[in-house]
Structures are given as C-alpha cells and as structure tokens.
Design a protein around this ligand. Structure first.
Ligand SMILES: O=P(O)(O)OC[C@H]1O[C@H](OP(=O)(O)OP(=O)(O)O)[C@H](O)[C@@H]1O
Ligand code: HPA
Length: 174
C-alpha cells in the first residue's frame, strides 16, 4: 500500500505492463508516420515520463516539444485550464499530442483549440492512460496505452497534489 498525504493507494499497473503498452503505441506510430516527421508535443507536467519513453522508441526522424497546462486540484478537475507554457510555432507540423492521461477530456479540448489556431498540418492524440467512463468530449483518441476504470491514479508522471510522479508503476486510489 502507498500513502500520499491523506489518501491510500494500491498497486494497479506494473512497470512491465506500462513498458509493453508504450512499445505498442510506438509501434503503431512508427507504422503510421513512415513518410512523415512527427512533432511530439508533450503536455507537462504529467506527460514527461511517457514522452521520454515513447520518443526513445520512435525509429524515424521526429521533433519533441512541450507545453504546460494545468487544471487539477487534488483529485478533481477544476474545469479551469491554465496555460502555463505556450506552444512554439507549430504551423504546418504533423503534431502528436502526448498525454499521460485523458480523463474528462477538458485538457485535450483546450489543446485542440490551440492546435487549430496554430494551423498545424495534422494532429493526433496519444495517451498512456484513458478513462472511457469519465471522458465527456468527442475528439478521437488515436493512440491509447491503457484503458482504465474511472478511479484516481498516481505514478509514472501522474501526481496527487504534486507527489507520486516518480513512481515507476501506477497505483489506484483504494
Ligand atoms: O482529461 P482531463 O480531465 O483534463 O485530465 C487530464 C489532464 O490532467 C492532468 O494534468 P493536471 O492538470 O493535473 O496537470 P499536471 O500534468 O501538471 O499534473 C493530466 O496530466 C492531463 O493533462
Ligand atoms: O487519475 C488521475 N490521476 C492523476 N492526475 C490526473 N489527471 C486527470 N486524471 C488523473
């Protein structure tokens, strides 16, 4: 069991399962982007670990950039997305957004607006974890590592109040 602040978490996804999920996503992207140079846009903070692991498995040329958005306080989405680090010039790029988790979809919805305003050539969304029961938007999530139930998780980049990002495996709220 794992205690962070006031909450208890139990082991949920092992580091081996995470590595396997990332390898599968990388394989799909390598197949889909053989004739393109994708720009991976990691969404900080949570996606730093997934972005690093995923891009190491990309076999062709690619670019890597980050943006920073924040909307969670504790275990709930405030619905108010703060854009803390903007994107650079993405015009004409084939962007793959890299998320640690797609939950309500509020963050993705904000990113899609930004990408459309930037006039990117194309965009797709890759996420390590996806909660289908919580998702309330209709954007297609193109690459999904792990589909999980609607319960709060920490580890592998995901935090509870700033803690837990360093864990190599994923824990679920007890
Ligand atoms: O689909 P949603 O309900 O929008 O949730 C997903 C977002 O929530 C988390 O970010 P958070 O705002 O906690 O910032 P962080 O990445 O710095 O932890 C996570 O990294 C995603 O970006
Ligand atoms: O389950 C979660 N855990 C951590 N951060 C999150 N951001 C959205 N959902 C989650």
């Amino acid at each position: 069991m794992l205690q962070i602040h006031d909450l208890s978490f139990v082991p949920f996804i092992t580091s081996t399962e995470i590595e396997e999920a990332i390898a599968k996503v990388a394989q799909q992207i390598n197949k889909d982007y053989t004739h393109k140079t994708p720009l991976f846009l990691g969404v900080l903070n949570g996606a730093y670990a997934f972005t690093a692991a995923l891009t190491k498995k990309i076999t062709g040329n690619c670019e890597v950039e980050f943006t920073k958005l924040k909307s969670y306080a504790g275990t709930t989405s405030t619905g108010n997305i703060q854009n803390l680090i903007g994107v650079g010039n993405l015009k004409g790029k084939d962007v793959i957004v890299v998320e640690d988790i797609v939950d309500t979809g509020n963050t993705i919805s904000e990113i899609v607006k930004i990408l459309e305003a930037e006039e990117v050539a194309s965009y797709r969304i890759a996420t390590l974890c996806y909660k289908p029961e919580a998702y309330k938007k209709s954007y297609k999530i193109d690459y999904i590592g792990l589909e999980i139930p609607n319960k709060f998780i920490v580890g592998y980049g995901l935090d509870y109040d700033g803690l837990g990002r360093n864990l190599p495996e994923i824990y679920q709220l007890k």
